[in-house]
Design a protein. Sequence first.
Length: 218
Amino acid sequence: MNLIAPSLLSANFLNLEADIEMVNQSEADWFHCDVMDGRFVPNISFGIPVIQAIKKKAQKPLDVHLMIVEPDKYFEAFAKAGADIITFHYEACTHIHRAVQQIKALGLKAGVVLNPHTPVSVLEDILGDLDVVLLMSVNPGFGGQQFIERTYEKIKKLRLMIKEHHASALIEVDGGVNTHNAKTLFEAGADVLVAGNAVFKSENPMKAIKELKFGKQK
Ligand code: DX5
Ligand code: ZN
């Protein structure tokens, strides 16, 4: 699957509506919403009221990436705000299995996020329960960082694990994705690519989305 999820972290917060409309019109598949608490990551972004506002205009699923401690305390609030997919960090949660079931009980898709240092093998016993595995290809907290090359290896390993377990989780990759590495990431086995700067700092965001999804047109 070749899905694109533009990250609104890099959008124009003075006119979010225009950027949401652009994504609606584009060939993107999900809206990626980065929630940061200043504790799990060294940055604070936006939270529930902003997600609520985004939901009013977004015509595609909201993929809410929680970079917060104790994420399970907030699943219900983010579900009510309009999240369709909730992903939370392995490193921020003790009872992953319970948390996944909580998200699913709210009627949402559930995913676990792994920081660059966390091996995919930690998910072996829970893979069958997951709708999404999000691999961080930068250290979470900021947009516009450089892609960590080691991620290709992790994608390939995870792809194999999913096959071996007859699981159906989508592999999502987040951080430093651009029109140069997108094709290789899909070939390595990624299903969903998150892109912040590569979309919103581009001169032609709709074209950038198209190129991320289908490769550069000659
Ligand atoms: C980083 C966030 C990303 C970020 C990606 O912590 O999880 O979603 O917005 O931005 P780019 O694509 O610019 O690296
Ligand atoms: Zn993200």
